[in-house]
Write a protein that binds this ligand. Structure first.
Ligand SMILES: C[S@@+](CC[C@H](N)C(=O)[O-])C[C@H]1O[C@@H](n2cnc3c(N)ncnc32)[C@H](O)[C@@H]1O
Length: 260
């Protein structure tokens, strides 16, 4: 069982889609016309896979966590879009997966969980000339634009899970490095960054559900503390904002990395 096993259901239900602009960027930058082969690595429940399958020819959706692959298959079935091959696998074994030559590898919030130098070297053997890598994740934001209720959630997490809870239950890969360091020393050292702001308005139930999708406050991490944790979230967030809607503007950052 991996870190994301207990989050998979909540991830599929409560995590948002990436901005449409991200998929337009991929389509323009890699001239996606329905004939490309793409790897979505660390695909989770198909957050990138599903919208991308409608634009590329064949998406190989790979994740180490079987529960994520199962959520992805469930979400894809009624949509019937594109051609997707779902596979459970570890990025560390990428070259042994029998993948075809790739035009693009996408990674949504997954690159930081992997051995980046090894993965980039492996991708260099799989990605065709002219192809590349696209990373997308939440970007940095000024503390002045953080809604105050995020501080309430952070304090409850610190009290219940413990100080340093994000580091303890988050990605461990290269914690001292900047995000683009491994790319800069890889074959894919030409880096272009694009940013969007995405605004979400959530109900209290959605906010509590979202919390279970994070590795650091997953049902597995909370264990027997889950009910008390949720009760405290509901109580303190309602006291702070009795109208029950919570709006947050999140910076999203995409990095396109190609060979120089
Ligand atoms: C934060 S989730 C991102 C899911 C999805 N890509 C998205 O953008 O919403 C990170 C995913 O990476 C997967 N993952 C972590 N380490 C992995 C590895 N070594 N090989 C394959 N997948 C991995 C996790 O199981 C999880 O589903």
């Amino acid at each position: 069982m991996t870190t994301f096993a207990s989050t998979a259901h909540h991830y599929a239900a409560f995590r948002p889609r990436y901005p449409e602009g991200f998929f337009t960027l991929l389509t323009d930058r890699f001239q996606l016309d329905g004939t490309q082969t793409v790897l979505d690595l660390g695909c989770g429940p198909g957050t990138i896979t599903l919208p991308l399958a409608a634009r590329a020819g064949h998406v190989h959706a790979v994740d180490i966590e079987p529960a994520m692959i199962s959520e992805g298959r469930k979400a894809a079935a009624p949509q019937g879009i594109g051609y997707i091959t779902w596979a459970c696998g570890d990025a560390a074994g990428l070259t042994g997966m029998g993948l075809p030559p790739l035009d693009l590898c996408t990674m949504g919030k997954s690159f930081q969980w992997m051995n980046q130098d090894r993965l980039l070297a492996d991708l260099d053997t799989l990605i065709c000339p002219g192809g590349g890598i696209a990373l997308v994740s939440t970007g940095p934001r000024a503390s002045t634009v953080r809604p105050a209720w995020l501080e309430i959630i952070k304090n409850i997490c610190t009290d219940v899970i413990g100080p340093g809870y994000r580091q303890q239950h988050g990605p461990a890969a290269h914690p001292a490095e900047e995000r683009d360091d491994a790319l800069a020393r890889s074959a894919f050292s030409r880096i272009e960054t694009t940013r969007w702001n995405q605004t979400f308005t959530r109900t209290l139930d959605e906010l509590v559900g979202l919390q279970s999708s994070f590795s650091y406050s997953s049902p597995a991490v909370l264990g027997t503390r889950q009910a008390a944790f949720e009760e405290r979230l509901r109580h303190e967030l309602t006291a702070f904002n009795p109208n029950g809607t919570f709006t947050n503007t999140v910076p999203i950052e995409a990095v396109i990395a190609t060979r120089p």
